[in-house]
Design a protein around this ligand. Structure first.
Ligand SMILES: NC(=O)c1ccc[n+]([C@@H]2O[C@H](COP(=O)([O-])OP(=O)(O)OC[C@H]3O[C@@H](n4cnc5c(N)ncnc54)[C@H](O)[C@@H]3O)[C@@H](O)[C@H]2O)c1
Length: 338
């Protein structure tokens, strides 16, 4: 066992730490010598999500704080004395945002307001806010740079776009040292089966002869989660003059249609499964974002960050994760997860 980091090591706070990207970010932070105060959303099961699977050496540097970004008091306690707050907590599923839009405003918009207020009050030196490529809507020009218009096509995207505006307004009005990172589609181990890559790999790993999927036409820029975590760390630790007050895309600059992606995964997994369109998985036509392709030039030029994993390499890691029966057992592979 490696000894824990010294109490003098920098302390970062992470909201959404128990989730998919959050748990990888926690690992990346600790690996880079940061102690982490991790907000886990309070729940009656006592679950700490994916933080329960951290290596003990990593877990020794992580303080778990139960809370809720909708509650100003629990956010205020989280950020006290930290060098940077990485704000990832959000409701992220697009289909569920059709059903429960108010909860998206409460979590994604009011939650972000609470983080901004807490950062302002505690004079936290850096905040990284998490946006999403979904705020752009279907690409009007490609690749998509940060100057591309914002056009929310789902209540989820609208709640994130609103949160981005709030962050910009706090930078302008109060000089909050915030950076907005706008990741394009991220995939990897621990992702929920609401996303297409885990849906395909999870069904195949469970031995399904027929893959049930939604629309195969949309085009996406898929980035491996460790590259996304590295982008967070980069904007959280870069000199302020390089990043503060700015919005940065993070993506690979490589596009693939969902149909092509499915063929690639089927091939990598040596499967003979066929594909069946499942109507309940289709988004309303006007809400489906048909094409997202990232231009991450701004981030690369400001910080030197660039993705290190090809799509195939990231898929291999993800397939290994889902083929482990202990991991697969955590998923409902035959159901449509929203
Ligand atoms: N996955 C992607 O492809 C992708 C792409 C772009 C942006 N993002 C953004 O990255 C962030 C993380 O997404 P993810 O894919 O890891 O999803 P996730 O659902 O795994 O993580 C979200 C986390 O937020 C937590 N959370 C939800 N409501 C909360 C509340 N009220 N208080 C405290 N915590 C709460 C959840 O428990 C969960 O751990 C989100 O802000 C999302 O919008 C994700």
């Amino acid at each position: 066992m490696t000894p824990p980091l010294a109490p003098s090591a920098p302390l970062a706070a992470v909201t959404g730490a128990e989730g998919f990207i959050g748990s990888h970010l926690v690992e990346a932070l600790v690996a880079a010598g940061h102690r982490v105060r991790a907000m886990v959303q309070y729940n009656s099961f006592g679950s700490h999500g994916w933080l329960e699977t951290l290596h003990p050496d990593t877990a020794a540097n992580v303080e778990i704080v139960l809370g809720d970004v909708r509650d100003p008091g629990s956010v205020a306690g989280l950020v006290e004395g930290v060098e940077c707050v990485y704000h990832l907590a959000a409701l992220i599923a697009i289909p569920y945002s059709y059903q429960a839009p108010h909860s998206y405003i409460d979590t994604n918009l009011t939650g972000t307001l609470n983080v901004l207020q807490a950062v302002r009050q505690a004079q936290v030196p850096r905040m990284v806010h998490t946006s999403t490529s979904e705020t752009y809507g279907t690409a009007q020009t490609v690749p998509i740079a940060e100057t591309h218009p914002v056009n929310a096509q789902s209540p989820y995207a609208a709640s994130k776009a609103g949160a981005d505006q709030l962050v910009g307004s706090y930078v302008a009005s109060f000089g909050i040292p915030a950076v907005t990172l706008r990741p394009f589609n991220t995939f990897g181990p621990r992702q929920s089966m609401r996303a297409v890559i885990p849906t395909v790999i999870g069904q195949l790993a469970a031995g399904a002869p027929v893959l049930k999927l939604g629309d195969l036409r949309p085009i996406r820029d898929f980035m491996f989660v460790r590259d996304t975590a590295a982008a967070f760390l980069t904007v959280g630790t870069a000199p302020a003059e390089q990043v503060v007050g700015q919005v940065f895309n993070a993506g690979t600059g490589v596009e693939v249609s969902v149909g092509e992606l499915v063929r690639l995964v089927v091939e990598l997994m040596g499967s003979e499964a066929t594909v069946e369109e499942d109507p309940q998985r289709l988004r309303p036509a006007g809400s489906e974002v048909m094409r997202l392709l990232c231009d991450a030039t701004r981030l690369r030029e400001a910080t030197g960050w660039k993705p290190e994993h090809t799509l195939e390499a990231g898929l291999e890691h993800t397939i290994r994760f889902f083929r482990d029966p202990a991991n697969l057992a955590r998923y409902k592979t035959s159901a449509y997860n929203i």
